[in-house]
Design a protein around this ligand. Structure first.
Ligand SMILES: [Zn+2]
Length: 308
């Protein structure tokens, strides 16, 4: 790869990195008769917003604040208050955002829409011991990070459109048009990411938690391991030793951290092994759209592959 391309990659990564810091929680506006719909995590909130558009009059609220991890989030009384008039809440399910169920338990009119209809879900990559324990429990063992595939996002966008049309049939034409536009953007994003990875022979990455399996499947990348086999739980000494062997065998120089997970926890490990850290962001925030987020992540991975 030419040096100018690398410089452009670094500049783009720096720019989007700065954008990551500017997140804020999107709140519904003042009391109104408009229809309120909600999403648990920012990428889904953005997809819903893309289909709803400004002209439908739908209000779209995202519950998870920037910087929080859905794996460990505890909803607040304020969240419950904000959702009092919500009609739909779009969730990922499969253990990622189950807190949405208890959050809406006392809001009778709200319907929970899990976004996974029509998707092929991966089995979750756990450590070997957990694999044995959970083998029979397939339903509980699906990898919930399916939004990190642009191909899946296209199906999710279709699911969102169906749900919005059912809720608000008067705007069916508008939602269908918005879906068509958004499909173009998702197709472009998918092609752009594919293009970024076309020249790399070594395609190994090491992540903080097991969120990137769908992304890796889409672009033929190889996730050799994750620092935290279970999100929010620090790895055991054995897990770290196993990971260290993999890192040596694959000759990796970079470990990806995430804005929602503690950098302090990973620091001793990355410093001991002389690993460089770079940032992957599975969630982004309400001011950074899903496609921008995915391009940011693709750039960060491409840069690490270039340096291998
Ligand atoms: Zn996760």
């Amino acid at each position: 790869m030419k040096k100018t391309i690398l410089i452009a990659l670094i500049a783009l990564a720096g720019l989007t990195g700065a954008l990551l810091l500017l997140n804020f929680k999107q709140k519904p506006q003042a009391p109104t008769n408009q229809i309120l719909v909600a999403a648990t995590i920012p990428p889904v909130g953005d997809m819903v917003w893309q289909i709803a558009g400004a002209d439908s009059g739908l209000m779209v609220m995202t519950i998870l604040p920037p910087g929080a991890s859905p794996h460990t989030y505890e909803p607040t009384p304020e969240d419950m208050r904000d959702l009092q008039n919500a009609r739909l809440i779009f969730t990922i399910g499969h253990g990622l955002d189950d807190w949405a169920v208890s959050l809406t338990a006392n809001i009778p009119q709200v319907e929970i829409i899990t976004m996974d209809q029509g998707l092929n879900l991966r089995e979750h990559d756990h450590g070997h011991e957990e694999d044995e324990l959970k083998k029979e429990d397939h339903e509980e063992n699906k990898d919930p990070h399916y939004w990190l595939s642009v191909k899946n996002a296209k199906i999710m966008a279709g699911n969102i459109t169906q749900a919005l049309i059912t809720l608000d049939p008067a705007n069916e034409k508008l939602y269908a048009e918005n879906l068509a536009d958004y499909m173009d953007e998702l197709n472009y994003t998918d092609e752009a990411i594919k293009h970024k990875f076309r020249d790399f022979e070594k395609r190994d990455i090491l992540t903080y938690h097991n969120a990137w399996g769908y992304f890796a499947d889409d672009y033929d990348l190889n996730v050799i391991g994750a620092f935290e086999a279970n999100p929010g739980q620090e790895p055991t000494i054995d897990q770290l030793a196993e990971l260290q062997t993999k890192i040596k065998n694959h000759g990796l120089h970079t470990i990806f951290i995430e804005p929602q997970l503690s950098e302090q926890v990973i620091k001793p490990f990355s410093q001991d092994l002389g690993l460089k850290t770079a940032v992957l962001d599975p969630l982004g925030g309400s001011d950074m759209g899903y496609t921008t987020l995915m391009l940011y992540n693709a750039n960060a991975i491409a840069q690490s592959l270039f340096e291998q």
